[in-house]
Design a protein around this ligand. Structure first.
Ligand code: TMP
Ligand code: ASP
Length: 267
């Protein structure tokens, strides 16, 4: 196999130059970080599961008309995506109070918010991704007014869709983070959904038990993160189960499943 040029290594993914101009390969690592890289570890098999979950969610979002960077999954840990210019803003959508908003505003974790909240953070690890307002985005020209309208309306549509998708498998979507990019066509550009959607960047709670099925297990040293990520994939129908039936009680320690999915297309 020819050597590929690495474009960028992030905390959870590596980006390589894709096979055609305008494409990129996203490689999903098992590495996990929290609190802006202060806590580091690995979640065994996470890259494989996140690749598959993100493929599934992006594909379903494209079916409701959300433009995304996803082209196709290449193998267990890699997917081919459209190259785009990442907008330097993390878009956080919250339905229920959890995480940083609880600390910031003194809210109780698990309190439903009066309505869905969209927050923006400036994507800069050295600054710890500070919370910003639309005024900052306009002032520093990180995105235009029209782009922000596209971003916020897509974020709401994505939230509505994902709340339903997860509710159908007994998961409560507490909050999540999105990233968007620009693709250029001559003098014009448009906004597409980029990065990934996986339990790394979402808070997902079991609807009945409240059990956390996301990276908070790692962030808060709860243990069982491998099983939690697998459980999300299993409920989404992405795992072939050897020893479980639908609705089976969630058991982080004993779950054994294999990833289901068509083999990647021959090149
Ligand atoms: P927060 O409560 O820590 O602000 O996180 C809100 C949501 O955004 C949560 O689902 C985790 C996700 N998130 C990321 O994916 N990356 C990040 O760097 C941060 C801070 C949050
Ligand atoms: N991904 C971020 C980090 O590593 C924050 C987080 O997910 O908690 O630092």
């Amino acid at each position: 196999m020819s050597r590929r040029r690495q474009i960028y290594e992030g905390k959870a993914k590596i980006l390589y130059e894709g096979p055609e101009p305008g494409t990129i390969i996203q490689y999903f690592k098992d590495d996990a970080t929290a609190f802006n890289n202060q806590k580091k570890g690995t979640i065994s098999g996470k890259g494989v599961i996140n690749n598959r979950i993100s493929e599934h969610v992006f594909t379903r979002l494209s079916h409701i008309g959300i433009p995304t960077h996803f082209i196709r999954r290449l193998n267990m840990r890699e997917q081919l995506v459209r190259q785009c210019e990442i907008v330097p803003i993390e878009v956080v959508v919250r339905n229920v109070a959890a995480g940083s908003i609880c600390k910031r505003l003194g809210l109780e974790e698990g309190e439903p918010l009066p309505h869905t909240l969209i927050e923006y953070c400036y994507k800069d690890d050295d600054l710890g991704d500070p919370l910003i307002g639309e005024e900052h985005i306009a002032c520093f020209n990180w995105a235009s007014h029209e782009e922000m309208q596209d971003i916020s309306s897509m974020a709401i549509r994505i939230n509505d869709f994902m709340c339903g998708m997860f509710a159908a498998i007994d998961i409560r979507l507490i909050d999540f983070k999105l990233e968007f990019g620009r693709i250029f066509d001559g003098d014009f550009s448009r906004i597409i959904l980029a990065d990934e959607i996986s339990p790394d960047g979402c808070r997902l709670w079991d609807i009945n038990s409240g059990e956390k099925l996301d990276k908070d297990r790692f962030r808060r040293d709860l243990g069982g993160e491998e099983g939690a990520y697998q459980e999300v994939a299993r409920r989404l129908g992405l795992l072939e189960n050897e020893d479980s039936t639908p609705g089976e009680v969630f058991d982080l320690s004993s779950h054994r499943s294999r990833l289901r999915g068509k083999p990647p297309p021959a090149k």
